[in-house]
Design a protein around this ligand. Structure first.
Ligand code: ADP
Ligand code: MG
Length: 250
């Protein structure tokens, strides 16, 4: 198992302000596969990804990568292995850093060589922008181009696992499809393991071979794509998501 999450509980605040954002969530993702987390806004999807990265207050549970537990501080080896792409391409890039700086900095921090070549490879070969983008700033880029830069930054350390938090939700529909197809190609070429979050079952169905439905911080059910195609779902809530994603049919 590439990634295993067991009995994860995440709690924000305390007393009257307490929010149990994730309740007893467990799942496993095999190497080189794509796993989806789907559910309505506020169901705890982003919190699961943040917990994996050490960015959410884990109350209890276990997270393991390649069978090795990760706990507390995420060290440089973890950061090199697991990278996250966030929903908002406007907020996730530093407004005063050029694309070159955005892509070079992780390489410098991790003391990787061949920086010039690595930046060009990530920018041109991986995400399909041309060399002229290297010296541009975020305000000179479209939403789709920004998200391509964010994806290039996530790939530049050659991680094995990519955590994708609604990576296309902020983009126009046509750009959304382009970026999803780009991600599918990158997963194949780099033999990546994906955990992808979306509120949109159609997106998860397109991208992921297995998925877990969440509601109110809890697991509703886990399914594979074949079960979804056959409408072999066990829970009414999943059925309602499926109906909504297929349009309102009678
Ligand atoms: P989703 O990604 O499915 O929309 P989230 O994981 O963002 O859901 O949020 C799950 C729940 O946790 C929500 O009720 C949200 O308000 C709460 N939550 C998330 N982050 C925080 C935080 N930093 N502080 C307090 N509550 C939070
Ligand atoms: Mg979210």
């Amino acid at each position: 198992m590439k990634l295993a999450v067991e009995d994860l509980n995440v709690t924000f605040g305390s007393g009257q302000d307490r929010v149990d954002a994730v309740k007893d969530v467990s799942f496993g993702v095999e190497a080189n596969t794509s796993f989806g987390l789907v559910g309505e806004s506020g169901s705890g999807k982003s919190t699961v990804l943040r917990a994996i990265c050490g960015l959410a207050p884990v109350a209890s549970g276990r997270i393991a990568i390649d069978g090795r537990p990760v706990a507390g501080f995420r060290d440089p080896a973890f950061v090199k292995q697991v990278q996250m792409v966030f929903q908002d391409p406007y907020g996730s890039l530093h407004p005063r850093h050029s694309v070159d700086r955005t892509l070079s900095e992780p390489l410098a921090i991790h003391r990787m060589d061949d920086r010039h070549a690595r930046v060009e490879r990530a920018l041109i070969d991986d995400v399909g922008l041309d060399a002229s983008f290297r010296y541009r700033y975020p305000h000179q880029l479209s939403g789709g181009q920004r998200q391509r830069v964010a994806i290039a930054r996530a790939l530049i350390l050659e991680p094995e696992i990519l955590l994708l938090d609604e990576p296309t939700s902020a983009l126009d529909a046509s750009v959304q499809a382009e970026v999803l197809n780009l991600l599918m190609r990158l997963r194949r070429e780099h033999e990546l393991t994906f955990v992808m979050v979306s509120h949109d079952l159609a997106v998860i169905n397109h991208m992921c071979e297995r998925l877990m439905v969440m509601q109110h911080g809890e697991t509703v059910e886990e399914l594979n794509r074949a079960a979804l195609a056959d409408h072999a779902v066990g829970q009414d809530y999943t059925r309602s998501l499926l109906k909504a994603s297929e349009g309102f049919q009678r």
